[in-house]
Design a protein around this ligand. Structure first.
Ligand code: ZN
Length: 148
C-alpha cells in the first residue's frame, strides 16, 4: 500500500465521481460546515435525527477525491446509527488512516478502502474532515470547524 494507485482505489474514485447523499436537507435538525485549509476541502453536513438516531444525512460542498469519497461513504455508513455508534466507527476510521488500525477489521466494511491514506499523512485530514464535520453537526455548532 504505497503508491497512488492504492490511495485512489476504484471505490474511492467511484464515490468521488458519483457521491451518494450529495445535497442539503432543508429543513434539518443539525448542520455544520467543515474546512481543511491544507487541501482546500470545504464541506457542509446536514442531518435529520429521530430519538438520537440519524434518519437522514447529506453533504455538499467541494473537496478533493479523498474528502468527497470519505463523505459519501460516511453518509452511507451512519444512517440509522446513534452518535455513540458513530463515534466508535469514526475511531476505527481514524486509527485506520493514521496507520494504527487494522484494515482487515470487519467492522470497517467499505471504509477499509481508506487504509491507503495512512501512507499519505497530508491526506489524513481530507479523509477525516467529513467525520469532524458530522461531529460538529451533532454538537449543533454554528461555528465552522477547521482541521487546523
Ligand atoms: Zn483534500
Amino acid at each position: 500500500m504505497s503508491d497512488l494507485g492504492d490511495l485512489y482505489h476504484d471505490m474511492i474514485l467511484g464515490h468521488a465521481k458519483a457521491p451518494r447523499n450529495f445535497g442539503k436537507l432543508d429543513p434539518c435538525d443539525a448542520s455544520a460546515l467543515g474546512h481543511n485549509p491544507l487541501c482546500g476541502d470545504r464541506i457542509g453536513v446536514t442531518l435529520l435525527l429521530s430519538q438520537g438516531r440519524v434518519t437522514d444525512v447529506r453533504f455538499d460542498g467541494s473537496g478533493c477525491a479523498i474528502c468527497t469519497a470519505s463523505a459519501s461513504l460516511m453518509t452511507e455508513g451512519v444512517k440509522g446509527r446513534t452518535r455513540a455508534e458513530i463515534d466508535t466507527v469514526f475511531q476505527r476510521v481514524h486509527d485506520l488512516v493514521t496507520g494504527k488500525g487494522d484494515p482487515e477489521d470487519p467492522e470497517l466494511g467499505k471504509l477499509a478502502v481508506f487504509g491507503g491514506v495512512s501512507e499519505f499523512p497530508m491526506r489524513v485530514k481530507c479523509a477525516t474532515l467529513p467525520w469532524h464535520t458530522l461531529n460538529a453537526a451533532f454538537d449543533n455548532s454554528n461555528a465552522p470547524v477547521s482541521t487546523e
